[in-house]
Design a binder for this molecule. Structure first.
Ligand code: NOJ
Length: 561
């Protein structure tokens, strides 16, 4: 049966604006695993610099770097001991400054990660707090508390660390006796700052200025929803209440008081020219709570983890898209879309597995199915209004490496396996650049996590210029996204009537052709009247006069001429 795709049913306002971040495609570089210039098996800043032409040619607008600051690496750099220094394993401050300059010269904006919720236990302040003991001024900059029980042997409250186990660790007094406890929402090596303390606020304003003065275009704010805790640090209603993305109130996350900090940062960013931005890594229970972080006087973007966590299901995807657009429209912020990052199983593997397994998956699943769906999901994502995030290697269709040997794994959440993370090494395996050579061109040495033998065919070299490769699909999609006039408006998505399991939406502008995206999630081919001329597909689509056949797990982009 040939079906018409119908007419738009959902009206939306349309806007055009000159703020770069509203429609930007932002590419996440995980410095450990992108490119290794000095051949020590670990990626570094000079390596990233050497690959900037690749990112420019890919067609992204900006690059976000996960942390490369001085760090003992208890959590792969998310445990910072000096926020103004570059860890020697990644290079020098001069390398960071040259990277900013080079990125700009390549027409790319550059965003750094900032980690304000916690530091490393090796940070000077925390070391002093330990030394200076209970009652010291330095301890006020963290959350130190006496324990409960006759000898203070129980933690001060029942909060769980995101990585598993209690969120409190007991210290030892200088005389070796058991002392106070300190709070760490993540690993014990990551003590939480007390953001009620003015010195903490002042220090981070100064750190932001340090990097802004050096030219960065913005910050991805780690655990943006965690800085302020409920007053008095009350027990959580249940252990699950300290987990992320749960639809209930948690005393450790998403407190209303956190927004005052972002209002202050908004002013700070505004003092600089060039539209510097703040992006919240905020796992809030609802899209409406997420939208609070991007109200007009707060940050610019917030990651859409509700979208990332959605299974390959038409109703669920349509629901989360609508929910996102509605919530973001209400605060005049751009929607953002993301499918993968350094904390979750890559989407080529998530979609290779049955639905409902969450974002930490241990099984490879059906690789062909996963890649087919990943490609379709990417074209869906890149057709949506707003800003999109790409995680390094997804443009190569990389799967998660699910069979890493235990001894190779470095994720602290792996050894504390009761937490909600734990399998994050699988998405952190270094990128294959070439079909042969040591570590597939990642560097002249090995790679800090072993790469699978099958990765030659997934390398950049193998895919570049091959019209049916995933890399070329990304390049084409990013080019079309930039050039098609209907994709310039931030909020012009209109759903068209379609049978269950098929998503069809149109984006149009006042002038020029309209754009249509069709996604087949039914598991069977679907035949319909083409809504225009075929622009791009995630897989082969048959188009004859008046009829198109979209295979299962496929997305096609169309334009009216
Ligand atoms: C979120 C980061 O993305 C993750 O990698 C890290 O472990 C936690 N925050 C703690 O900093």
């Amino acid at each position: 049966m040939t079906e018409s795709l119908g007419t738009p049913v959902l009206a939306a306002s349309s806007s055009r604006c000159a703020e770069w971040w509203r429609e930007a495609v932002i590419y996440q570089v995980y410095p450990r695993s992108f490119a290794d210039a000095n051949g020590d098996g670990m990626g570094d800043l000079p390596g990233i610099r050497s690959r900037l032409p690749y990112l420019r040619d890919l067609g992204v607008d900006a690059v976000w770097l996960s942390p490369f600051y001085a760090s003992p690496q208890a959590d792969a750099g998310y445990d910072v001991s000096d926020y103004r220094a570059v860890d020697p394993m990644f290079g020098t401050l001069d390398d960071a400054l040259a990277l900013i300059e080079d990125a700009h010269a390549h027409g790319l904006r550059i965003i750094f990660d900032i980690v304000p919720n916690h530091c490393s236990d090796q940070h000077e302040w925390f070391q002093r707090a330990l030394r200076e003991g209970p009652g010291s001024r330095m301890r006020e900059r963290f959350h130190f508390r006496d324990g409960k029980g006759a000898d203070g042997e129980e933690p001060p409250n029942n909060w769980e660390s995101v990585f598993g186990g209690p969120a409190w660790t007991r210290t030892k007094n200088p005389d070796g006796t058991a002392g106070q406890w300190y709070l760490h929402l993540f690993a014990p090596e990551q003590p939480d700052f007390n953001w009620d303390h003015p010195a903490v606020r002042d220090e981070f304003s100064s750190v932001l200025r340090f990097w802004l003065d050096h030219g960065v275009d913005g910050f991805r704010i780690d655990v943006a929803h965690g800085l302020v805790k409920a007053a008095g640090l009350p027990d959580a209603g249940s252990i699950e209440h300290t987990r992320l993305l749960e639809a209930h109130f948690s005393p450790s996350f998403d407190q209303d008081g956190v927004h005052e900090i972002y209002r202050a940062w908004h002013h700070l960013l505004n003092e600089y020219d060039g539209q510097r931005i703040g992006v919240a890594e905020a796992w809030a229970p609802t899209q409406q709570r997420t939208a609070n972080y991007v109200r007009p006087d707060e940050l610019h973007q917030a990651f859409n983890f509700h979208y990332l966590a959605t299974d390959w299901n038409g109703d669920a995807l349509r629901h989360v898209i609508d929910d996102t657009l509605t919530a973001m429209r209400a605060v005049h912020a751009p929607a953002t879309w993301v499918l993968s990052n350094h904390d979750v199983t890559r989407h080529a593997t998530r979609f290779a597995n049955p639905p409902g397994l969450g974002t930490q998956i241990r099984t490879a699943g059906d690789r062909d199915l996963g890649l087919r769906r990943a490609r379709a999901a990417t074209l869906l994502m890149l057709a949506l209004p707003g800003s999109a995030y790409i995680y390094q290697g997804e443009e190569l269709g990389l799967p998660d490496v699910t069979d890493l040997p235990d001894e190779a794994r470095q994720d602290p959440a792996y050894s504390r396996a009761a937490g909600q993370d734990g399998f994050r090494d699988g998405c952190r395996v270094p990128i294959p650049w070439t079909v042969s050579g040591s570590s597939y061109g990642f560097g002249a040495g090995g790679s800090w996590l072993p790469q699978p033998n099958s990765w030659a065919e997934l390398s950049v070299e193998a895919q570049y210029g091959q019209s049916d490769s995933t890399l070329e699909m990304y390049r084409s999609a990013l080019g079309l996204r930039r050039d098609h006039p209907a994709l310039e408006s931030a909020d012009n998505l209109r759903w068209c009537d379609s049978p269950p399991g098929i998503l069809v939406f149109e984006r149009s502008s006042d002038e020029g052709p309209a754009f249509t995206c069709t996604v087949n999630l039914t598991g069977a081919p679907v035949t319909f009247i083409p809504p225009g001329r075929l622009l791009l597909t995630s897989t082969q689509v048959q188009v004859t006069v008046g009829q198109a056949v979209l295979p299962p797990d496929a997305t096609a982009w169309w334009t009216t001429d």
